[in-house]
Design a protein around this ligand. Structure first.
Ligand code: PAF
Length: 282
């Protein structure tokens, strides 16, 4: 695996990769990799001949009071994991390489960014769209692979690619979970032992609500129960618990089509997000 930090070297390495033919998949990450990221690389390998992974902790997607400064950085072990997983190129630019003139040209995320994290983290999805557009331009992949854990992000990227006609196939990969159900996330590293135990309430309450909604419990009632269980486990504040259309993210009050139940809440200083598919019974 080549580790590349400059745009000229990246261009050269990509043209060598493409000389022998074959397709290229991009797996964009912010590093601090876990099994969830490795599942993205595995999916990328299934679908393309060459895998390029990127590690870039993108300042433009962090709010002023968020965790940019303390976001975990461990490139050496990330590189080992990516190499073992069969990555051909690790693209690891620094901030000046990604934003040589600062972020003077930005991308405004589309309607999929409305509500949910779009409200809770103003500007976040514009930052994501801006950096992903740059990564797509730098790597020119045939496909790009994203985790469903950041479900709204996946739809924001899909919408950007469709709107701008970028011709990149955007693939979503189901969330990887620990044995107790907690979604793998680089931010889980912030949790104390007690918080880590309490965190199970997030996937558990969402799973129970998903089952209840499928069985006919009114959506509002099921969501209220999730809020109660999260509060009882110590989550505070709860940013949102909502049922949304699985492909447009429109709010839903009855389960009449495939949906997604999404939540975001804080345990101490750590903000956790999760979501589950909710499909109407046959
Ligand atoms: O999901 C992430 O890790 C980031 O939001 C991404 C897509 C790499 C953009 O910085």
């Amino acid at each position: 695996m080549q580790i590349i930090r400059g745009k000229a070297e990246l261009r050269q390495a990509l043209s060598m990769l493409r000389e022998g033919g074959g397709t290229v998949a991009l797996v964009p990450t912010m590093g601090a990799l876990h099994a969830g990221h490795i599942a993205l690389v595995a999916e990328a390998r299934q679908r393309a001949d060459h895998v390029v992974a990127s590690i870039f902790v993108n300042p433009t997607q962090f709010g002023a009071n968020e965790d940019l400064g303390r976001y975990p950085r461990r490139e050496a072990s990330d590189a080992r994991m990516l190499e073992e997983a069969g990555t051909a190129i690790l693209w690891a630019p620094d901030v000046d390489t990604m934003y040589p003139n600062g972020p003077e040209i930005t991308v405004k995320a589309g309607p999929a960014a409305a509500g949910l994290d779009g409200d809770a983290r103003p500007g976040h999805f514009d930052g994501v769209a801006t950096v992903v557009a740059r990564l797509f331009d730098q790597v020119r992949p045939d496909i790009a692979v994203f985790g469903e854990k950041d479900y709204q992000q996946l739809l924001v990227v899909r919408q950007m690619v469709a709107s701008l006609g970028l011709g990149i196939d955007i693939v979503g990969v189901p969330t990887q979970r620990d044995a107790d159900g907690l979604a793998l996330s680089s931010r889980n590293a912030y949790l104390s032992e007690d918080e880590r135990r309490a965190a199970r309430a997030l996937p558990r309450s969402l799973g129970e609500a998903a089952q209840a909604i499928i069985a006919g419990t009114p959506v509002v009632e099921a969501i209220d129960r999730v809020r109660e269980k999260l509060a009882a486990a110590g989550f505070d504040p709860i940013d949102y618990v909502e049922l949304r259309d699985a492909s447009t993210l429109e709010p839903m009050t009855t389960l009449d089509r495939p949906a997604r139940l999404l939540a975001a809440a804080f345990l101490g200083r750590t903000r956790l997000i999760d979501n589950l598919p909710v499909e109407p019974a046959e």
